[in-house]
Design a protein around this ligand. Structure first.
Ligand SMILES: NC(=O)c1ccc[n+]([C@@H]2O[C@H](COP(=O)([O-])OP(=O)(O)OC[C@H]3O[C@@H](n4cnc5c(N)ncnc54)[C@H](OP(=O)(O)O)[C@@H]3O)[C@@H](O)[C@H]2O)c1
Length: 272
């Protein structure tokens, strides 16, 4: 039986990853930063196969010794363990250090784990464009990104986006300078992920943003970009299109079933 370590496996996205690997019959190891905060991970105990196949341990990716113990014996590791928080006290300590130092530590130790065959890093669309959800300056908004594109970084963009950019650069540099790795490295770059949480946790920004969207609030500049400004680049723009609108209430400015371009429609946040 293969062992998979899922760093961040009790978080919003990670809980789904944990559920999937457990249901596929893997032995799953999930670290949490504080074992005393049971309310952050006890939802995992309810998952199928958790009783015999789930091991929850305490570990912070910035702690090399704990990370080495965690990785030991893993065949696969999914690394989604970075804070997805937009409002923090100290951006360097709370947003930049955990993913950057954590990724450096991880890659340094991964080579020492003979069982390791595959590593999956959870990056972000922000790793490719720190200005997200705005397009990269000087590129057309409909530009289709491929691996040939140089990621866009601007030091004025949100620290969360910069943290994801720098952590991904650590991975890219490592892969470039280690051509003969004994394990495969894959990076995935999700855009904003939302939906139902498997836990009662509300500390992921995915939950925070759902609250802001539902209540038409956008106090954070990053969220505001997704919510209220430049809406043609944001996923919430779907509410502007009658064809995508299946409910009984059409967006203000449009009549259900008629053609109405986003610019003709009155954005609902201006109609309050
Ligand atoms: N949600 C999105 O829309 C979205 C979009 C693109 C990319 N992403 C990326 O996807 C990943 C997961 O996001 P999410 O929404 O699931 O966030 P989340 O709910 O906040 O989960 C983050 C997880 O990371 C763990 N973590 C944070 N700092 C850590 C550290 N220093 N050491 C070990 N673990 C640490 C947390 O551990 P505890 O369980 O101990 O708190 C938590 O389980 C992140 O890398 C995020 O950047 C998210």
């Amino acid at each position: 039986m293969q062992t998979v370590g899922i760093i961040g496996g009790a978080g919003f996205i990670g809980s789904y990853v944990t559920r999937k690997f457990l249901s596929e019959g893997y032995d799953v190891r999930v670290p949490v930063r504080d074992l005393t905060k049971k309310e952050r991970y006890d939802h995992l105990d309810q998952l199928e196969n958790a009783v015999y196949h789930l091991d929850i341990v305490e570990m912070d990716v910035q702690d090399e010794t704990a990370l080495r113990d965690f990785l030991s014996g893993c065949d696969i590791v999914v690394h989604s363990g970075t804070p997805f928080q937009l409002a923090v006290e100290d951006p360097q300590r709370d947003l930049l250090d955990p993913p950057i130092r954590g990724t450096e530590n991880f890659l340094k130790l991964a080579g020492e784990i003979p069982s390791l065959k595959k590593v999956v890093f959870v990056g972000s669309v922000a790793s490719l464009n720190t200005a997200y959800p705005l397009p990269v300056p000087n590129r057309p908004a409909d530009h289709v990104y491929t691996e040939a594109d140089e990621p866009h970084h601007d030091a004025d963009d949100h620290p969360y986006a910069q943290a994801k950019y720098y952590a991904d650069q650590v991975v890219r540099q490592f892969v470039k300078t280690h051509p003969d790795l004994g394990f495969e490295v894959v990076s995935v770059y999700p855009t904003f992920v939302t939906g139902q949480s498997l836990s009662g946790r509300d500390d992921s920004s995915s939950m925070e943003m759902q609250y802001l969207f539902k209540n038409r609030l956008a106090p954070n500049p990053f969220v505001e970009m997704m919510f209220a400004k430049n809406v043609e680049f944001a996923m919430v723009s779907v509410v502007m299109w009658p064809r995508a609108f299946s409910g009984p209430r059409p967006p203000p400015g449009c009549t259900a079933g008629t053609t109405c371009s986003p610019t003709e429609a009155t954005p609902y946040w201006t109609s309050r």
